[in-house]
Design a protein around this ligand. Structure first.
Ligand code: 9MR
Length: 580
């Protein structure tokens, strides 16, 4: 069993830590820490379940040599997991190397490293995760290693679904809509979810351009003039452009099979694909992301002639369509009563599009510097939420902050409120560390939803905006606690990134990982994480929210992967690397 875990971790690119079989054999699931590692000068914390008071030690991996000793903290009852935990704080240890933490009577932790740039491999792997999600192309061994695969889903014969029929494009019209990323464990391509995913990656580039220029994902385009994060984004952006109907500017909600494909490789899928109904949410997310892309790509005009202009034109046309169709919601059940074939794939139905208006308006406003795109309700009173696919207002706020020096009059007037709301959100998140047993910003019961790991990552992104805004180091530290959470300091003890460590998911709900015959899952993918909803009816080890995670392929509710979850992880880890 352990042998297999070791082999698998090594097959996964030996991603992060040199495994130490002697100690790994004793690795205790009771010691929860970031299994990748720590920056020398940063806080370092492990959480130990069920330990008596006493000492802990740091040992150089593979030896019995103790290099640091500390006392476990006071016992603390965690009402969410009904466990008693103690913290092992070894922040004072700044020695570089590979270590394990030993707690007498409990055991020895998974190995981890202390060193500068300790998360660089995670940033590369998580960005590379998008490459593995590419549709309509073969992944050759030179780039995909053991996970190389033939092309699937060419999407050169996509049918207009009756729900999307127009006079110019009646039902059954054949469209060409290749490329894009598979959304998740399934093979469909959804505009709404692509929007926030691309917006997050483009924002990473806009906030940290020089770090992004250095960040390589070893993809076929790595040697060209563009940073890899932009090359990878272009794979999806070029698909997105095909989702607009040139006749009216409207944007199809998704490109999908009628039902989900089986657990087979892309090349084995041949069922018809459709574009379905145009929706307001899709048009606005499309408008937002293409306005942002236009701004980001303009300096690369020599390599991408005309693309920035095409993006802006597409964006304004989608905006105009949304103005004319402000309530064209995607309602799958209603649609299925009216049209054949019935569609049963991901809905991404969003009937509150006020935040999508805010985001589209903001991106158009900042890109064009035209006051006519300003909308009074770009700002919303009350607490700013953490971003997710159905709540994109934070992306508008972050763009306003980033562009603060060049905003026109309306934008400038809005800035004090934007600053105040972003700081209030970050203050709330960072304060959570004091009350959560694992001392991460992540940890309120409400944080555990479908895709809770993206909640953790997006909280981290919010905290980083506050850090950029205020220079207050505690926000950077708080963001790092959520990276620690994702990489192992959580109640399940899993490092939630495939291939990330010796205790990473082995059985994600991800068709290629299940069907490719390779023992290790496709690396660099963030699973959804604890989800008390347990909508998949799989067997879970616990019903307590922080523990409702199962590393089982059936578990689409806790163990699927998704592009909108990987993107904030890429942002969080790359930004943290850039800032350390
Ligand atoms: O992430 C989505 C989550 O917020 C929803 O509650 C859930 C049910 O509608 O769908 C999730 O998204 C899935 C999408 O519908 C289809 N592809 C896989 C996505 C991740 O599970």
């Amino acid at each position: 069993m352990l042998r297999k875990a070791l082999r698998t971790a090594l097959a996964a690119g030996g991603l992060l830590v040199a495994r130490q079989p002697t100690q790994a054999q004793q690795a205790s699931a009771a010691i929860h820490l970031n299994q990748v590692g720590f920056y020398p000068a940063a806080p370092k914390l492990a959480v130990v379940v069920g330990a008596a008071a006493g000492q802990f030690q740091l040992l150089a991996a593979g030896s019995e040599k103790s290099i640091f000793t500390g006392a476990l903290g006071a016992a603390r009852y965690d009402s969410l997991t009904r466990q008693t935990v103690r913290q092992a704080d070894f922040s004072a240890c700044q020695q570089v190397g590979t270590f394990v933490l030993r707690v007498p009577g409990v055991g020895t932790s998974y190995p981890f490293q202390i060193k500068p740039r300790v998360h660089e491999a995670v940033a590369q792997a998580a960005l590379k995760g998008f490459y593995y999600q590419r549709a309509s192309t073969a992944l050759p061994p030179a780039y995909a290693g053991a996970w190389s695969r033939p092309a699937g889903h060419p999407d050169t014969q996509v049918l207009v679904h009756p729900s999307a029929a127009t006079a110019q494009r009646p039902a059954g019209t054949v469209l060409v809509s290749p490329r894009g990323w598979y959304d998740a464990g399934d093979y469909n391509k959804y505009v709404v979810n692509s929007g926030i995913t691309l917006g997050t990656l483009l924002s990473l580039y806009e906030n940290f351009p020089s770090y992004c220029t250095r960040l390589s994902a070893d993809i076929p385009e790595s040697t060209n003039a563009l940073p890899d994060v932009l090359d990878e984004s272009l794979w999806n952006l070029r698909w997105l452009l095909t989702m607009q109907d040139p006749a009216d500017g409207g944007v199809y909600h998704k490109l999908t099979n009628a039902g989900f494909d089986g657990m087979v490789m892309p090349a084995a899928c041949h069922t018809p694909r459709y574009v379905v109904q145009k929706s307001t949410a899709a048009a606005l997310d499309f408008a937002a992301v293409l306005a942002q892309a236009s701004r980001v790509l303009r300096p690369f005009g020599h390599a991408l002639p005309g693309l920035a202009d095409s993006c802006l034109r597409a964006s304004t046309q989608a905006w105009t369509w949304a103005r004319q169709h402000p309530a064209s919601y995607y309602r799958q059940e209603a649609l299925n009563k009216q049209f054949q074939p019935a569609i049963s794939t991901g809905a991404y139905g969003d009937e509150d599009v006020r935040d999508e208006w805010a985001w589209a308006a903001t991106e158009l406003y900042v890109t064009t510097q035209n006051e006519r795109y300003w909308l009074a309700d770009i700002l919303a009173p009350g607490p700013l939420p953490v971003a997710n696919w159905g709540q994109v207002r934070p992306l508008a706020y972050y763009t306003l902050l980033r562009a603060s020096a060049t905003l026109g009059p309306a934008g400038r007037r809005a800035l004090p409120q934007v600053r105040q709301q972003v700081l209030a959100l970050a203050a709330r998140l960072q304060a959570g560390r004091a009350t959560h047993a694992y001392s991460t910003a992540m940890g309120r019961i409400a944080d555990y939803t479908w895709g809770s790991n993206a909640e953790a990552a997006n909280q981290g992104v919010a905290l980083l905006q506050a850090y950029r805004l205020s220079g207050e180091r505690l926000y950077l530290t708080a963001a790092l606690t959520n990276l620690d959470y994702l990489l192992g300091r959580n109640a399940t003890g899993y490092c939630f990134l495939t291939g990330g460590s010796s205790r990473s998911p082995q059985h994600p709900h991800h068709r290629p990982s299940e069907a490719d015959g390779v023992p290790a899952p496709v690396p660099g993918l963030l699973v959804g994480g604890p989800n008390p909803g347990r909508q998949d009816n799989c067997t879970y080890p616990s019903a307590l929210p922080p523990l409702t995670y199962t590393d089982a392929v059936c578990s689409y509710a806790s163990n699927e992967i998704a592009i909108n979850w990987n993107a904030p992880l890429v942002y969080l880890v790359a930004a943290i690397e850039a800032l350390h």
